[in-house]
Design a binder for this molecule. Structure first.
Ligand code: ATP
Ligand code: PRP
Length: 214
């Protein structure tokens, strides 16, 4: 029975592929040198499918991929309960944080009762402010969040932070860490039951590979 593993493009692909290769999963073509998005793993019935990070849970949830390597941020935003989160790979580590302009961090008095917050993570942001009992207007953006407060679009942003370099370069400071993020190994719920004989050993060898990579 053939198996599909969805790999999120970008940092997750870049960081996890060398680990997979070290564990003996040799791709028929390298994603850096090929435009192919479905790539067989040599000498196996496994295919790697290269998907946009935000699409990865959809592939797994709907069974187009049996397994996936997906950012916890994307899982939280899209609601991860309809797939199995099997393992924290420890790859693509970063954090989701609330940030604001350095100048406004000096005083809270500039803030209206309802604050405007720009983010790619609308659902996480809504939950976060609801839990805090803070009124907010969430503005969905698809990138370059750090620009939004400077352009007067919002008071604060919620975005991923790793080194903090992007915040610093744009005169922003982290106000609060919302949660820690890393790439998770996830499985389609039906596949995990029906293809158990193939998936369990595969998952075990992937876990081992990531354990040794940390
Ligand atoms: P999309 O095309 O879906 O918008 P993207 O362009 O944001 O994805 P990446 O920036 O590589 O692609 O992010 C993919 C995943 O990598 C994120 O969902 C997150 O889990 C993780 N990630 C993003 N930014 C960082 C970072 N600065 N450091 C570490 N991991 C990160
Ligand atoms: C991500 C994230 C931040 C940056 C944080 O952006 O959205 O902007 O990394 O990393 P740092 O703390 O190490 O600076 P990315 O580089 O993926 O660009 P994007 O805006 O296209 O997602």
């Amino acid at each position: 029975m053939s198996l599909n593993i969805a790999l999120s493009k970008g940092r997750i692909l870049k960081q996890t592929l060398p680990v997979l290769e070290q564990a003996g999963f040799e791709l028929a073509e390298h994603p850096d040198e090929s435009r192919k998005l479905l790539i067989p793993v040599k000498n196996t019935d496994i295919n790697v499918i290269i998907v946009r990070a935000t699409d990865a849970p959809t592939y797994v949830r709907l069974g187009a991929a049996d397994l996936g390597l997906v950012g916890k941020d994307v899982l939280m935003e899209t609601g991860g309960s309809d797939l199995y989160e099997l393992y924290d790979t420890g790859m693509a580590r970063c954090r989701l944080a609330l940030a604001e302009l350095v100048d406004s961090a000096k005083s809270e008095s500039h803030l209206p009762a309802k604050i405007k917050v720009a983010t790619k993570y609308e659902n996480i942001a809504r939950d976060y402010f609801a839990r805090k009992g803070i009124q907010s207007e969430i503005i969905k953006l698809y990138g370059s969040m750090e620009l939004a407060p400077h352009a007067g679009l919002c008071h604060r942003i919620i975005d991923l932070v790793d080194t903090g370099g992007t915040l610093k370069a744009n005169s922003l400071v982290e106000k609060e860490t919302i949660c820690h993020i890393s790439a998770r190994l996830v499985a389609n719920k039906v596949s995990y039951k029906l293809k158990r004989a193939e998936l369990v050993p595969l998952v075990d060898s992937l876990k081992q590979a990531f354990e040794h990579a940390e």
